[in-house]
Design a protein around this ligand. Structure first.
Ligand code: GAP
Length: 447
């Protein structure tokens, strides 16, 4: 069932232009994906919704866009050079390379029905493999020129703590948010866009007075879970999972994962970590710069504690797609519908002339042009109207607007809602307000 749902989704994503395999014409490259015309819109909508909730709707968080390539000392200070590793073993016979702590989930290269080592090969002792991608600055490939592609966006925020705090004149509690690409040389990427080597993160570091960290940790755990629910995710498929002490990263004294029930099981969508004052203290130590905050009111110097909600944009996008995918029996056939929240849907309204004559295409084009100023729209005149509805259901377009014979008489169109298939007659002059109100009032399983 799970494989079936994932393969249907992967196939729909390719057929309709959500996600393509990267370098497909060359046979593809492992776990790299390109987002097509619909996928890029969906991802933008996910990022916009995050930015709106985290930055625009709050007065205590500001944004940042830091560089992917940072000074190598950043990664020494953060602990990534020393600690950002997975334990690996090699099979001396089939030459497979596996995570020593995940051998039960791995498959032998020679005999995929068997586990590592069951091909008769001896497994080497585990050795630590650093997940950061290395590169060289300038033309000379030497150690002194080594640089890394960032494995998380967070460190660019810590190194800019004083710049942002002073220029934006913020006092703790306040946050700095960032969306951007990160890179990890994952040993076991997979599950479509769930785990890849290049991915986008949506991270926010919230700097608080040390005494207040627990309050803010609790606050961000619930705010972040609610964000997914507000965007239509089924609450029954979300849960919070606290990390056990031996799971915690080297910088953290508490961490909760927001998990989603993917077809392949409960898996992490986002982590909310209490990072203490680890990062700022380490960067202060490595850079020699004072990264304390001076509180004018209490005349106190202190290093703030940090609460970090860190989400993956690609993972969230996959969760929204999985959760939206629905099959229904309608009039003896299967209707596939992507019941995406209208805020996330790549196209909000499709404008369809009932037939390609009697001035209907021209009217439909005019309506589309007007609505385009406010909503993403599409125009479709190919095939029977029922087929066009199904096509739009499958890509998740919440509204289909049909221009028919009545339109030229009374300047109204039929608006069909994707989820209920209910149809209503709406005056052209009212369309913009009508669509905006319907989208604002959309409720999962009701609209
Ligand atoms: N700054 C903290 C940090 O990076 P993380 O749990 O390693 O924490 C945060 O990453 C989020 O980034 C994860 O919850 C996940 O959504 C996303 N993420 C991490 N590695 C990923 C990968 N290889 N592919 C896709 N998304 C990934």
């Amino acid at each position: 069932m799970a494989d079936d749902l994932m393969s249907k989704l992967v196939s729909l994503c390719k057929r309709r232009g959500y996600v393509f395999q990267a370098s497909e014409i060359y046979g593809g490259i492992g776990s790299s994906w390109d987002f097509g015309p619909l996928g890029v819109e969906l991802k933008r909508n996910v990022k916009d919704a995050w930015w709106r909730a985290m930055v625009h709707e709050r007065d205590d968080i500001v944004g940042l866009d830091s560089a992917i390539i940072q000074h190598p000392k950043v990664w020494e200070a953060s602990g990534h050079i020393e600690n950002f590793t997975d334990p690996l073993v090699d099979c001396k016979k089939c030459k497979g390379r596996f995570r020593a702590d995940k051998l039960d989930d791995a498959r032998c290269l020679e005999k995929p029905s068997k586990k590592p080592g069951e091909c008769g090969g001896e497994l080497t002792e585990p050795r630590r493999f650093n997940l950061m991608f290395k590169t060289f600055l300038g033309p000379v490939e030497e150690t002194a020129a080594t640089a890394y592609l960032r494995p998380e966006t967070a460190q660019g925020i810590f190194t800019n703590f004083v710049n942002v705090q002073q220029s934006a004149r913020k006092r703790p509690p306040f946050g700095i948010a960032q969306i951007g690409k990160s890179f990890r040389n994952e040993i076991t990427p997979g599950n479509f866009i769930f785990r890849t080597r290049e991915f986008e993160q949506m991270e926010m570091e919230f700097f608080v007075p040390p005494a207040d960290w627990e309050k803010w940790y609790g606050e961000w755990r619930s705010l972040r879970q609610q964000w997914y629910i507000d965007l239509g995710i089924d609450p029954a498929k979300l849960r919070l999972r606290d990390h056990a002490a031996d799971e915690l990263a080297h910088y953290s004294n508490g961490c909760t994962d927001i998990e989603f029930l993917f077809p392949f099981g409960w898996s992490e969508l986002e982590g909310i970590a209490s990072r203490t004052d680890f990062d700022l203290k380490r960067h202060a130590q490595w850079s020699g710069k004072d990264l304390q905050y001076f509180d004018e009111q209490t005349k106190e110097h202190y290093v703030p504690y940090v609460i970090e909600p860190a989400a993956g944009c690609d993972r969230a996008t996959l969760a929204f797609l999985v959760d939206a995918y629905t099959e229904e029996q309608v009039e003896g056939e299967t209707r596939v519908v992507m019941k995406l929240h209208p805020r996330l849907a790549p196209v909000k309204a499709a404008i369809l002339p009932l037939v390609k004559k009697d001035g209907m295409p021209e009217r439909a084009h005019a309506i589309e042009k007007a609505l385009r100023q406010r909503f993403t729209t599409s125009y479709d005149e190919a095939g029977a109207i029922g087929r066009r509805y199904r096509r739009n259901d499958e890509v998740g377009t919440p509204f289909c607007l049909t221009v028919d014979g009545q339109t030229k008489d009374d300047q109204s169109v039929t608006v069909r809602a994707r989820d209920t298939m209910r149809q209503e007659r709406v005056a052209e002059a009212q369309l913009e307000n009508y669509l905006a109100a319907q989208m604002a009032n959309w409720k999962r399983g009701v609209s």
